[in-house]
Each structure stands twice: as C-alpha cells, then as structure tokens.
Design a protein around this ligand. Structure first.
Ligand code: PMP
Length: 431
C-alpha cells in the first residue's frame, strides 16, 4: 500500500475543523475518484468499496447516467427549489409517492436524513399535539437537536439535552438484553408486552419512530412482523408509525424495496423518511406522509435547498437505473451469497460472534473470545487490515463499535463479493 507523500491535508483538517469530526484509519484516506464499486486515494491506491461512501453511493461510483443528468441540469439551472415550479422535483416526488406504499402520499424533500427525521417529528408532534415520542433502544436518527433526543444510544449524543420527551422501546436488538435467545414469536410477544406496559403509564405519545434494520447500531434487525404487531397497539392509541428508511430504503435489504415491508401486514407506516442513497452521493433527504399529516403544518416552506433541481436530476436518473437494472434483486442474490460466505469464514474465527444481515446490509459482530465482551479494538484492527488489503468497510454498534458494517453499492458483482470476502477473511484471521 502506497502512503501519500506528506499527508499535510490531515494536519490542516485537524487545525481548522472541529476536534469531534472523526475520520477512519490511523492514516486517514483522501478519496479522489471512483468508478463502479472502486475508489482511489490521493496516493493512487485502489480500494474495493464495501461501505458505499457510508451508503450514499447506492448504485455505483461515477455512474454515467447520473453524471450526465447532473451536468445537464447544472448547465441549465441550479437554483430555486422553492417559490417557482420545479419540474425534476415534481417528477421525483410523483415517483417516490407511488413507490412508498402510503396511500394519498405527499413528499417533502430535505437535504439530509437528519432534516427528514426532524421534519417527520415536527409533523407527528403537530398532528398529535404531543411532544412525546417512542423510539427504539440502540437506534440512530441523526444528530440535530431533535434527532439526538430520539437516538437510543446515548453514546452518539453530542449533548445530553433533549427538546422532546422520549420513551425507549425494546425490539431493535435481538441478541442482547432481557429477550435474547427467545424464538421470533416469543420475542415479538415480549416486545409488544413491553410496549403495552409503557403505554399503560404515560400520556399519549405522538409517534413511534424506528429503523426496520438498525444501521449505525450495528445492522441489527428484529424478526419480521414486529412493527406490524406494534402497529396494532399503536392504532388503538392513535399513535403514528414513522419508518426511518434512511439506510433500508431503495431495495438494499434485498427482499423488500422498503424495510417496513417486512412488517407490513397491518398496513404501511404513516410517515416514511429517506436519504443517503437516492441521490447516489448527492444530498437528498425527504419525508413521505399521508396528506392529512403532511398538510397539518401552518407553513409555506421549510427548506431552501431541499429539492434543488440538480439533486433531483441525480435522484431521477439513479432511481431509473436501479429499477431498470433490478438492483434490489441483485442485493438479494449477491448479498445472500456474501452473507453465506462470511458466515462460513466467521465460523472459523473465534472473535466473530455473529454474521447477520439482509441483502447488502451485512454486520459482523466481534467479541473478545476470552470474555465474550465487545471488542472495539479488534474491530479497528480489522478495519485497518482490510484497508491494507484494499477493502473499505465500516464500523458500528453503539459506543462499543464492535460490529463491522458492510454495505457496498447495490451493483456489486459476485466476483467482487468474493474478492472482498477473501480480503476480510485475511483481516479477521490476522486481527
Ligand atoms: N437515520 C438513519 C437510520 C441514519 O443511518 C442516518 C445517518 N447515518 C440518519 C438518519 C441521518 O442522516 P444524515 O447523516 O443524512 O443526516
């Protein structure tokens, strides 16, 4: 692996940006370009990208269709998403509304997942006249003032102050806590009983917000049907269900286009939020909600840049590409093979506690074999070793960050999956 000559950019980064702006790797990488599932750093090293630029590069790096749409739109007009009619925004909203599964859906675009969740919270609290929110333990929904206050893992909260009153519900994590080891059915019963109990001694919350598969929390998923079972209880109290699809949307989980569909028996969520991959790297977030909920605000607009024509052009081109090339099917097929391969590798490595995942959202949970406790040091060592081998992966799983996160662009090929698994095997065995 070639190192950059003098990594003075790192020194300058340190001098001018906040101390808490964390970077991966002992010697951070400057990514200069990408193509397909690969990126290159400033020293000319090529990496297979198993983290998709933190899930933002959903289809592929430098996808010609997206690049063309962005440059053509930038050549026409960049500004003005609000106050004037905006054709790409209307077209993308129509397509997302139709795909969302929410009847009579309205779409509002933001620039990030945080802002999308913030808007969803504003809608739910306004609609219900309550600032109480149900959220899941170990969840992550962003780091703005409102979204940190519904983020279950307090280790991710840069401040301890909360504008919302939040109650945390069991269910996001399967293999820790009081319900570990239960069958799917018993686990769901236990979580529903916990929710019922919580609602027995509180005033009425506005909404439950949940990630169908917890992303930053370490790619943990409840059994299918948990949120359908919750929905029955929520409906009795008139509480809204917000599905945070920032990581699970657009087919990443393979079996479903949205994560909520694994829990859809009792209908779709009332509000859905999305972000990350839809712009294939351009900053798009958004909220889809039933019209009566979306229209409950007394506002004219709440974002200047949300829906900007260039990002919308990227979103339209990207969405067309992923539907036409059935990347959801690819996530299911290639992701299925990759999970199997990683399970086989994990079976021979003592520090691997569990390999889990859906589609191309795969987590490898690491422990210290002697104690069975979380192993953040091992996770960091594997991350470094994988980079040495030419593979980028992510970390997660709360403040113990003991879970390796794998979320490549959805166009990953079988050969690339095998190549990445081989590098990971070496990294895991050496760590
Ligand atoms: N929700 C989830 C589930 C996320 O994973 C993230 C980002 N990691 C967010 C919300 C916040 O999105 P953003 O970083 O675009 O603000």
């Amino acid at each position: 692996m070639t190192r950059p000559l003098a990594n003075d950019l790192y020194g300058r980064h340190r001098a001018v940006l906040p101390d808490w702006l964390a970077l991966y790797y002992d010697e951070p990488i400057e990514i200069t370009h990408g193509e397909g599932r690969h990126v290159w750093d400033a020293a000319g090293n090529r990496y297979l990208d198993f983290f998709g630029g933190i899930l933002t590069t959903m289809t592929a790096h430098a996808l010609p269709e997206v690049t063309k749409a962005v440059s053509e739109q930038a050549g026409r007009i960049i500004h003005s998403s609000t106050l004037y009619l905006n054709r790409p925004m209307v077209e993308l909203a129509e397509r997302i509304a139709a795909l969302s599964g929410i009847p009579d859906a309205r779409v509002f675009f933001t620039t990030s997942g945080t802002e999308a969740n913030d808007t969803a919270l504003m809608l739910a609290t306004a609609y219900r006249g309550s600032n109480q929110i149900l959220a899941m333990r170990n969840s992550y929904h962003g780091r703005s003032f409102s979204t940190v206050s519904i983020t279950g893992n307090r280790g991710w909260s840069p401040t301890g102050l909360s504008p919302l009153q939040t109650l945390y519900v069991h269910g996001g994590v399967r293999n820790r806590g009081p319900y570990a080891g239960l069958t799917d059915e018993r686990f769901i019963e236990a979580c529903v009983a916990d929710l019922e109990d919580l609602l027995g001694h509180t005033r009425t919350p506005a909404a439950l917000i949940a990630e169908p598969v917890q992303g930053v929390g370490g790619f943990t998923a409840p059994p299918d049907g948990l949120y359908a079972a919750f929905r029955e209880v929520l409906d009795r109290h008139g509480i809204l269900w917000i599905s945070d699809e920032v990581q699970t949307g657009w087919g990443r989980t393979g079996e479903h286009f949205w994560g909520w569909q694994a829990h859809g028996e009792n209908g779709p969520p009332d509000i859905l939020t999305f972000a990350k991959g839809i712009g294939n790297g351009m900053s798009i977030g958004g909220v889809v909600a039933r019209a009566d909920i979306m229209n409950c605000l007394d506002a004219n607009s709440i974002s200047t840049f949300g829906g900007s024509p260039v990002t919308m052009a990227a979103g339209l081109a990207n969405l067309s590409y992923l539907l036409e090339h059935d990347l959801q099917g690819n996530a299911r097929r290639v992701g299925g093979l990759l999970i199997e391969r990683l399970r086989a590798i994990g079976a021979g490595v003592d520090s691997v506690r569990e390999v889990r995942g859906r589609g191309l959202m795969i987590g490898i949970e690491l422990i210290k074999p002697s104690t069975g406790q979380a192993a953040p040091g091992t996770a960091s060592a594997v991350l470094e070793a994988a980079r040495e081998g030419g593979l980028l992966i992510g970390k997660g799983g709360g403040h113990n960050t003991s879970v390796l996160r794998i979320a490549p662009p959805l166009s990953l090929t079988v050969a690339e999956a095998e190549e990445g698994a081989a590098i990971l095997e070496q990294a895991l065995r050496g760590a």
